[in-house]
Design a protein around this ligand. Structure first.
Ligand SMILES: [Zn+2]
Length: 135
């Protein structure tokens, strides 16, 4: 990912501190995933505060302390490794990873996994360009 895009992600999402090892085409998937995760964390914080204020202290939800270890590409799809999630955040991450299977990693258009030895999810145009520039 271009450094200015990675910096923009880190500037807009304080929960992201790690290097992002995927192509520019997946920028919007990661941006949306982080926005949804931040929304979920705020939701849990609000819920927890309301319960404490109203003395409903049984099953008090834990505030997720998410920490990203790695965001990378493997076998043509995005893989997100992190700790400190809850069930809803795990679902958000799974959905983002699934969307990467249909999104060109180079440009963000609709794509599909291509290649035999080295799999990369690409649209038709980016795939043809890669084939033409191959040694
Ligand atoms: Zn493309």
């Amino acid at each position: 990912m271009k450094s200015e895009l990675a910096e923009k992600l880190r500037a807009n999402h304080s929960i992201l501190t790690q290097y992002v090892g995927v192509g520019d085409g997946w920028y919007h998937i990661i941006d949306s995933m982080l926005t949804c995760i931040e929304y979920e964390i705020r939701h849990v914080e609000t819920n927890r505060a309301w319960r404490i204020k109203n003395n409903q202290l049984t099953d008090l939800p834990e505030i997720p302390q998410i920490e990203f270890c790695d965001i990378k590409e493997k076998f043509g799809t995005m893989r997100v490794h992190c700790t400190g999630t809850n069930a809803r955040i795990s679902g958000i991450i799974s959905m983002a990873e699934a969307i990467s299977c249909y999104t060109c990693e180079d440009c963000g258009n609709i794509g599909k996994p291509r290649g035999k030895n080295w799999i990369r999810t690409q649209c038709n145009e980016c795939f043809v360009e890669r084939e033409l520039t191959r040694d």
